[in-house]
Design a protein around this ligand. Structure first.
Ligand code: PLP
Length: 214
């Protein structure tokens, strides 16, 4: 299944219901999805795609081959993949430490849009900077050449539960607001409505668009 158009309509309907009139970007998370279904999503109008592994993206990005697709890296990035990531991705949403920001900055010869990833749930297995260290990482990233910091990103708590999810997303919004960052990337297939209620304006949707992964 591919339901870019349907999903976009669901988002618009929900935004209407909660009285939000601003723009929300939906990134179709295509990890584990074959190239032909990515192309079907493209035909349906999806232009932003998210991948969580550099290796997988290296296989698929050239095969998709559409110059107007915007590729987002949403997974953990190792320093030895920085060069490859720069060549493949237009946006890196998963800056979670100084080391990786510095590695990217050093290798870049053009400005790259980036987000700082925050671990808002406190779950130990999650990537992302601790909320109390977010401001410091944000100002560090801002000081580096060629990194265009536009927002913050988080993966919400799991299992999804309204109070915990909303608390995590509200915390992300506070960090964005106090640092003057316009983009708030939060919300996946199971929790995007809670993310929208707490101000997210970038959603990352995998199963809700492509169906369940193998
Ligand atoms: C897989 C993934 C998503 C999308 O997850 P779904 O539940 O399939 O919507 C979003 N963000 C990140 C970081 C992911 O790894």
């Amino acid at each position: 299944m591919v339901r870019c158009r349907e999903f976009a309509a669901e988002v618009r309907e929900f935004l209407d219901r909660i009285g939000r009139k601003d723009e929300v970007l939906v990134v179709a998370v295509s990890k584990g999805v074959e190239v032909d279904r990515i192309l079907r999503a493209y035909e349906e109008g999806c232009r932003h795609f998210g991948e969580n592994r550099v290796q997988e993206a290296a296989q698929k990005v050239p095969l998709v081959g559409k110059p107007d697709v915007v590729w987002h890296l949403i997974g953990h990035l190792q320093r030895n993949k920085a060069n490859k990531a720069i060549r493949l991705f237009n946006v890196i949403q998963s800056i979670d430490r100084r080391e990786i920001a510095e590695a990217l900055s050093k290798r870049l010869t053009h400005p790259l849009e980036v987000f700082v990833e925050v671990n808002t749930s406190g779950e130990p297995q999650k990537h992302g900077v601790k909320p109390e260290e977010a401001d410091s990482l944000i100002s560090y990233v801002r000081g580096l050449p060629n990194l265009n910091l536009v927002g913050v990103m988080t993966v919400g708590p799991y299992p999804v539960e309204e109070r915990r999810s909303r608390r995590a997303f509200a915390l992300l919004r506070e960090i964005a607001e106090r640092n003057g960052l316009p983009k708030i990337s939060a919300g996946m297939t199971e929790d995007w409505r809670y993310a929208l209620l707490e101000g997210a304006n970038v959603l990352r949707i995998g199963r809700g668009i492509f169906g369940s992964r193998k």
